[in-house]
Design a protein around this ligand. Structure first.
Ligand SMILES: CC(=O)SCCNC(=O)CCNC(=O)[C@H](O)C(C)(C)COP(=O)(O)OP(=O)(O)OC[C@H]1O[C@@H](n2cnc3c(N)ncnc32)[C@H](O)[C@@H]1OP(=O)(O)O
Ligand SMILES: CC(=O)C(=O)O
Length: 529
């Protein structure tokens, strides 16, 4: 059962979202996403087009027994019957009937040129197809929503016909007529005027289905709701064909937080961040950091002036409290930092620096100076933490003293290139001279370093290099350029990022590697010996 019929939050991630280039969902993926959507509390989940896409037919079959929805109602998507045919005899309409979905969302033409040129039939025949299919499904006990393809372009070309499609649909029994901005090029003010006119002229219950080709899908959805639409369609993370559909979480968050509408079950908006990211894991499409509300950067502050005001009151630089959508405020430390940024970031990392103006001043200067040489701390919290520890305690955290390291790469007779590293260091009073092999120089150094210190610090065996990023900073200099390396290390419980910079890629990698191990040992509360 849907939560409330007064306003519909209608998700089409599994149908229109799946039309995104590069997104391919298995039936298991679709079931997992449907579960997340139900947990979020949307009213309707459009599961796909049974009868047209075999996976979607299977999805509806399996969903019946494998999913027990608490909040949402399934909708099956499909087209009206064909020109010259009756709905009762149409195999695709039969598939919609047999899907078991309580709701069928029919797509119909509402633009005269599409009826005549794409459907190759008359305007009257299209109206008959729409009415016949709606009536047929209603007689078989299904609720019908109607998606009017290309509605806004159709309205511009032939207002009377576009309105007639809405009227006929409502009279035939469609509960909602969703006006579709299929090509996504309509602007909010025009869209709002059209929605108002359709509402006044037809009295039908209206919905909105907006695409983002002009970058206005969320704004258009809100504009439609403000003009009287009571059904809003969209997708999680704005997935969809071309530039995507309206990002449903942004639409809902805006309406709940800025218009005081209650659309999801109480408290569920605070799951938005978690669910957007959980669904991105299933789709295997990296989530955009810059997504409104749920992006990692949505509440990340970099400019020093912002931080100084946020110190007084976070609301001074935030449009809403990130906790309301399950996100967090983050401070970014960079060359644009001021004292306040350092103080707030320090607090985030567990350092109370408020009373120590000298330390804050020194750290600010060091960050600016190091960033001017190519370091970046905003993505390397662990290196920044080590820097802070050094300035607070007066000494660099050190678990081992490196005497020297070297690495060679040889091409063997079999054509394979392998690297061998030698590391000489003193750990816990013992001198170690250790070699390590690897499929590249950094891999070899990683093996040698971990062998050299594992006797003194066994925790190092839990560390794993999970990501390695290289960036050439002054590209004009070719092989003489400055190189920045970011290394992410994990220990099964979490991960941390360190940075190294140098003219030599191996030298930069070594710096990031040593910081990575040092931070890891500190994290495991190993005592430097
Ligand atoms: C705007 C949207 O995103 S709507 C959703 C679009 N989604 C999809 O297309 C994904 C699933 N689609 C499919 O699997 C296939 O396209 C199918 C099974 C629907 C149809 O495949 P085919 O029969 O091979 O036809 P094809 O895709 O080439 O053409 C579509 C046919 O539907 C007709 N059609 C288009 N819109 C409608 C409509 N609203 N009502 C009835 N028929 C329609 C077209 O005129 C065309 O008919 P024709 O075969 O007589 O020329
Ligand atoms: C129905 C649909 O997906 C559209 O018109 O964009």
């Amino acid at each position: 059962m849907s939560i409330s019929d007064d306003f519909h939050v209608y998700d089409t991630t599994l149908r229109d979202g799946a039309q995104q280039e590069g997104l391919a969902l298995s039936v298991a993926d679709k079931l997992a996403i449907a579960q997340h959507l139900d947990d979020l509390g949307v009213g309707f989940i459009e599961g796909g087009w049974p009868g047209a896409v075999p996976k979607d037919t299977e999805f509806f079959e399996r969903a019946r027994t494998e999913l027990h929805l608490r909040n949402a109602t399934f909708a099956a998507f499909g087209a009206t019957c064909k020109p010259g045919a009756v709905a009762a005899d149409d195999p695709q309409v039969a598939a919609l009937r047999e899907s078991g979905a309580a709701v069928v969302t029919l797509v119909a033409k509402s633009h005269d040129a599409h009826v005549e040129r794409a459907l190759r039939t008359t305007l009257d025949e299209n109206l008959r197809m729409v009415a016949d299919t709606i009536r047929h499904l209603r007689e078989h006990g299904q609720r019908v929503f109607l998606d009017t393809e290309h509605f806004f372009d159709g309205y511009r070309a032939n207002r009377a016909y576009a309105l007639e499609v809405v009227r006929v649909s409502a009279e035939a029994g469609a509960d909602v007529v969703a006006l579709c901005d299929t090509n996504g090029g309509t602007l909010p003010r025009e869209l709002q005027d059209v929605v108002r006119d359709v509402l006044e002229s037809t009295g039908a219950r209206l919905g909105i289905h907006a695409h983002n080709d002009g970058g206005c899908a969320v704004a258009n959805s809100i504009a439609a709701v403000e003009a009287g639409a009571t059904h809003v369609q969209g997708t999680i993370n704005g997935y969809g064909e071309r530039t995507g559909n309206a990002d449903l979480l942004a639409v809902v968050a805006n309406l709940e937080l800025k218009r005081e509408m209650e659309l999801l079950p109480a408290g569920k908006l605070a799951d938005a961040f978690r669910i957007a990211h959980a669904i991105a894991e299933v789709t295997n499409v990296p989530p955009s950091n810059r997504a409104p509300y749920v992006g990692l950067s949505a509440f990340a502050h970099k400019a020093g002036l912002h931080a100084s005001a946020i110190k007084v009151d976070p609301d001074l630089y935030q449009h809403t409290d990130p906790a309301r959508v399950g996100n967090d405020m983050r401070m970014l430390v960079s060359e644009m930092a001021g004292r306040a940024s350092i103080e707030l970031k320090g607090r985030e990392l567990g350092f109370e620096l408020g009373d120590d103006r000298d330390v804050v001043g020194r750290v600010t200067e060091r960050v600016k100076e190091m960033e001017s040489r190519g370091y970046t701390f905003e993505a390397a919290d662990a290196s920044f933490s080590l820097l802070l520890t050094e300035e607070v305690s007066g000494a660099r955290t050190s678990y081992f003293d490196v005497e020297s390291w070297r690495v060679i790469t040889e091409s063997r007779a079999d054509g394979e290139a392998v690297s061998e590293a030698t590391v000489k260091l003193v750990a816990a009073g013992e001198r170690e001279v250790v070699t390590g092999e690897g499929n590249g120089p950094v891999n070899a150094l990683d093996h040698a370093l971990r062998s050299a210190i594992e006797r003194a610090y066994p925790a190092v065996n839990k560390f794993e290099l999970v990501d390695y990023k290289v960036r050439i900073l002054d590209q004009g200099h070719g092989t003489d350029a400055v190189i920045r390396v970011l290394i992410e290390t994990a220990d099964g419980e979490g991960s941390w990022v360190t940075v190294g910079v140098g003219h030599n890629i191996v030298e930069a990698s070594w710096e990031a590697l040593v910081d990575g191990f040092t931070f890891g040992l500190l994290r495991h509360q190993e005592v430097a010996r």
